[in-house]
Design a protein around this ligand. Structure first.
Ligand code: FAD
Length: 529
């Protein structure tokens, strides 16, 4: 295992070319790294511009810096010239491109290369450098592809040209065919069905405890001191003597192998399950490694499909398709939405929600057991699985009418895998329906029924999952109806929601009023739930 000190930074020597690698561009298979060129210097920076655009979980900052350090050392070992600027160095608080500009000048470079960033805010900066640096600095500026995704930034928009709603399923089927993933010899989907989601919604059987997650225990005390010593404000907790996330390429490959061998056989079955016995269930935890580009989506998909073809009895098609759809489908789809809809997407607020996020989202101190569990786990591990994000915290935020800016800021900060292109599309789009139905065809909301069906939280909760209007009734129950009643104008023509309004209309008026009153009381007391 590497020591995780920053690579030593020698005095700058002349270089013809300067390249910048961002913390989420750690793709060792990129063509930049094919053969070392002694006239090219690559720069990696730990900087406040990136640590401070959101209030990040401490484990997220650690994971990115550790991954960058490991990546840099591996490239140096391969013979590349590298300039690494650590967070406790003199330039860390300066804007990234000001620092890079000084390096370009100091090295007398004639060419600067970036990899296309995945965030709109950085894209703007790089595009501006590409416009102005040729005349200001006398350098050629190139933006190269990251060679990571299976689609270009614009493929999805081209696929859906002229459509209001972007159906993921149609994009996914096209991707399956185009990349020949889980297709049979006749060009049909393996198993005869494109999507096995309907089979994949099981609760964990009583007493069933998923395997404990593998942790890579590493002492990060020194780096943590540098981060906090530099003034970076973080959220969440870490055991600095035993930091558990895999951050190197070798560790990420171990995580992938462990997923394929041990978790894949039950991934689909339990992908929606909630539990208090495991923070990972059968999920892969591969999102950080993929989002930092340490692993490519293609190699993850190939590893899973290969295992299924070689040993079909190891994991059924339901599990395998369910997993591959997340990456070949959802992940590429969200990226396409991001580039099709930014920057407007970040301002969308379909319901005009404007409430503040309750402060217990940052502490876990609420009596609602499901939320207490999901938030506490998030603060402990910088991780929650999809259904916790969508149907626990996201569901609550939407029903409670929280301002999507506040919801986005939370999700962008607290998760180890949170990068705006995939965070905002999932949060503002899929979870908060703030885009009015570009990503989802209806809001993902539920009462306590769904939460009870999928896990054990309700049984241990101080609120009564069956109560509707009483003081101890689960807040989800009244908020569910309150949300639909107050947004009737916006939602009732949606064919997927008609049933909800038919049920509401059949309720006696006093019961409707009692639900609305209880909903009002809950909304007035969000802080103390
Ligand atoms: P697994 O369940 O093992 O899934 C495998 C992989 O599929 C993931 O690693 C991920 O790369 C991909 N994937 C699964 N679902 C999605 C999805 N909806 N969109 C894109 N890719 C998906 N994912 C992020 O990577 N970063 C985020 O910031 C992020 N924010 C989210 C916010 C909300 C409100 C919601 C509802 C979902 C968010 N997701 C995000 C999607 C998903 O929840 C995470 O990718 C997943 O939980 C990561 O854990 P895992 O690697 O164990 O995933």
């Amino acid at each position: 295992m590497h020591t995780m000190d920053a690579p030593a930074t020698p005095h700058l020597q002349p270089a013809r070319g300067i390249r910048l690698v961002l913390g989420d561009q750690l793709n060792a298979a990129h063509s930049w790294w094919e053969s070392p060129d002694s006239d090219v210097l690559t720069v990696l920076m730990e900087c406040r511009q990136e640590t401070d655009y959101a209030r990040h979980h401490v484990q997220k900052v650690l994971a990115f810096f550790l991954a960058m350090r490991s990546f840099a050392k591996e490239r140096i070992a391969d013979g590349h010239r590298l300039h690494y600027l650590p967070i406790d160095g003199p330039d860390a608080a300066r804007p990234m491109l000001d620092v890079l500009r000084d390096i370009v000048t100091a090295c007398g470079a004639s060419e600067v290369r970036f990899q296309l960033p995945d965030e709109w805010r950085l894209d703007q900066l790089f595009q501006e450098a590409a416009r102005s640096w040729p005349t200001e600095l006398g350098v050629e500026v190139h933006l190269d592809d990251t060679e990571h995704f299976l689609t270009s930034r614009t493929d999805l928009a081209d696929h859906f040209q002229g459509k209001k709603q972007y159906l993921m399923e149609s994009f996914y089927r096209k991707m399956r065919k185009q990349h020949d993933v889980l297709m049979d010899a006749a060009g049909q989907p393996e198993g005869g069905t494109w999507n096995y989601d309907a089979n994949n919604r099981k609760k964990l059987p009583k007493g069933h405890v998923p395997p404990a997650p593998r942790l890579w225990e590493r002492d990060v005390t020194v780096l943590l001191e540098s981060i906090h010593g530099a003034g970076v404000a973080t959220v969440g907790r870490v055991d600095a003597a035993r930091f558990g996330w895999p951050v190197t390429r070798a560790e990420s490959l171990e995580l992938l192998d462990l997923f394929v061998q041990e978790l894949l056989p039950r991934f689909g079955d339990f992908q929606d399950a909630l539990t208090e016995d495991s923070w990972t269930v059968y999920h892969s935890r591969l999102s950080f490694a993929m989002n930092a580009k340490i692993l490519s989506p293609r190699e993850v998909i190939e590893a899973v499909e290969r295992k299924w073809r070689e040993t079909p009895q190891h994991a059924s098609i339901e599990q395998v398709e369910g997993f591959i759809r997340q990456i070949l489908g959802w992940r590429e789809y969200m990226r396409g939405i991001y580039w099709a809809k930014m920057p407007e997407y970040a301002t969308l607020n379909f319901f005009q929600h404007d409430r503040k996020l309750p402060s217990w989202f940052w502490t876990g101190k609420t009596g609602m057991r499901c939320l207490q569990h999901a938030v506490t786990q998030t603060l402990d591990h910088a991780y929650a699985h999809h259904i916790q994000r969508l149907m626990v915290t996201g569901n609550f935020a939407l029903l409670a009418g929280i301002d999507p800016d506040e919801v986005d800021a939370w999700y962008l900060g607290v998760y180890i895998d949170a990068l705006e292109w995939v965070e905002i599309t999932n949060t503002r789009g899929m979870s908060q329906f703030a885009d009015g139905g570009i990503v989802g065809s209806k809001p993902y909301v539920s009462s306590a029924n769904y939460l009870h069906k999928m896990g054990p939280h309700c049984a241990a909760c101080q609120y009564n999952r069956q109560g509707k209007t009483e003081d101890d009734a689960c807040p989800f129950n009244s908020l569910y109806w309150h949300f639909h009643a107050r947004n009737r104008d916006l939602l009732e023509r949606n064919p997927r929601i008609g049933m909800v309004y038919r049920t509401w209309d059949k309720m006696p008026a006093p019961h409707q009023q009692a639900l609305l009153d209880r909903g009002d009381a809950v909304l007035a007391n969000l802080e103390s739930l």
